[in-house]
Design a protein around this ligand. Structure first.
Ligand code: CA
Length: 420
């Protein structure tokens, strides 16, 4: 067991009951305050541990990290030190925050900042963003609505972890609002397309993982080593405009329907912290090709939910799903991504694809929840939704829970503003 995952650990920093951030989590992020430059922090309870300050006090002297790994705008420098070292770093932070260890307790006012007093920033300088399409239920639902109900799943889907290259420039941090995108839509199938604001703005409930430095061009990552290249995960809302998508996606796949914004949560929960929640993957049939075979538990039991909040109204939870429903796991995705020799760099972001379960309340998009507008969702304030309306806020949350330990991701939230 990774020492920092020990369920019996308690911190001298107060962690409120039900917090996403007990001492067993210790996710990494980037923050600034009204009086300081960006730096790396670790979340514990309602506080942020300033790793730059901890480093300056000499508490990481046994570890191969330097000042600019922590006094940095992004986690990339730290991630470039590789998995062995970031695992050691998290274990050391756990030691320093352990109630049984007095080393740093009298320095609390120098290293801890209230989470209310920090401004979170983009955690990672994302080089490339790839989005997969790995939920069988989602792919089936979309296939039924967009193409052919009798042949909803395309013949390649059970053989290939289907994916496409997205756009890194429009990956944004939770809390940044988005204007409704405009584009070509074709509301009347028998008429020419028109240029207008999208009428079918949608969210996609996803998780994303962030990579360490991968292998070079021409090399491949095996499923057995793939997790060594994954630093951690965050919540991911891959915003989509379904009417733009339906018209533009043939033959090269989505383009402007997807690249106007994708929102991520600010705290990267390490794959180390998720180890206690590894579970068996969905049984795959037909048997996958040899490079996609894997041993052990490579899926993760992460409860996910989506809430929609209209302006000046309360939230309604409209979806409850789970990351473990994915047909293709992260190890298979990374093995497939590199099997042709494609190189992976430190700070690449890989989206899981929309995570839908088998029940109608576990679908990870409005497209599916309201079944292409034919079954509108009723919110708690009595209003109905087929898609996301102007001034609606979409909030996604996720957490693992076992043995009374909750490892949470916080939330990713963003509001859709009217078109410009
Ligand atoms: Ca997506």
């Amino acid at each position: 067991m990774i020492p920092a995952n020990n369920p019996s650990l308690k911190s001298w920093v107060d962690v409120p009951e039900g917090s996403d951030f007990p001492i067993q989590n210790l996710p990494f992020g980037v923050f600034r305050t009204s009086y300081s430059d960006p730096r790396i922090g670790v979340r514990i309870g309602d506080h942020v541990l300033d790793l730059s300050a901890v480093h300056n006090l000499g508490f990481f002297s046994e570890l191969p990290f330097e000042g600019n790994d922590f006094s940095s705008n992004f986690l990339n420098n730290l991630m470039k030190k590789g998995k062995n070292n970031t695992t050691k770093l998290r274990n050391r932070i756990s030691e320093l925050l352990d109630k049984a260890n007095s080393e740093m307790q009298d320095k609390a006012d120098q290293v801890l900042i209230s989470a209310n007093d920090v401004i979170m920033m983009m955690p990672v300088q994302i080089g490339d963003y790839t989005d997969f399409y790995s939920s069988r239920e989602h792919a089936t639902n979309v296939g039924m609505m967009f193409r052919d109900p009798a042949n909803a799943l395309l013949p390649n889907w059970l053989w290939i972890p289907v994916g496409y290259h997205g756009r890194a420039s429009s990956v944004i941090l939770s809390g940044q609002d988005i204007h409704r995108p405009k584009g070509q839509i074709k509301p009347d199938p028998n008429a020419d397309p028109i240029f207008e604001p999208s009428r079918q703005v949608d969210f996609e409930l996803e998780m994303a993982f962030v990579t360490f430095e991968g292998k070079g061009l021409g090399e491949s990552i095996l499923t057995s080593e793939a997790e060594e290249f994954i630093f951690g995960l965050c919540l991911f809302n891959d915003w989509s405009a379904r009417d733009i998508q339906a018209w533009e996606y043939v033959p090269l796949g989505p383009f402007l329907a997807k690249n106007f914004a994708s929102s991520i949560s600010p705290w990267i929960v390490t794959l180390d912290a998720l180890q206690p929640y590894a579970v068996e993957s969905v049984k795959q049939n037909p048997e996958v090709l040899s490079y996609l075979k894997f041993d052990g538990n490579k899926s993760y039991d992460i409860h996910l939910e989506v809430a929609l909040q209209p302006e000046n109204s309360s939230e309604t939870t409209i979806c409850k799903s789970n990351f473990k429903y994915m047909y293709w796991n992260m190890s298979q995705q990374l093995a497939h991504h590199t099997v042709n020799g494609c190189n992976i760099r430190c700070g690449d972001l890989m989206g899981s694809g929309t995570i839908s379960g088998s029940s109608a309340d576990s679908y990870g998009s409005m497209l599916e929840l309201a079944w292409k507008g034919t079954k509108p969702i009723t919110l708690e304030d009595g209003s109905e939704r087929k898609f996301v309306q102007d001034n609606d806020t979409v909030i996604m949350r996720g957490y693992c829970e076992a043995n009374s330990i909750r490892i949470g991701f916080g939330e990713v939230s963003a509001k859709i503003l009217p078109a410009k």
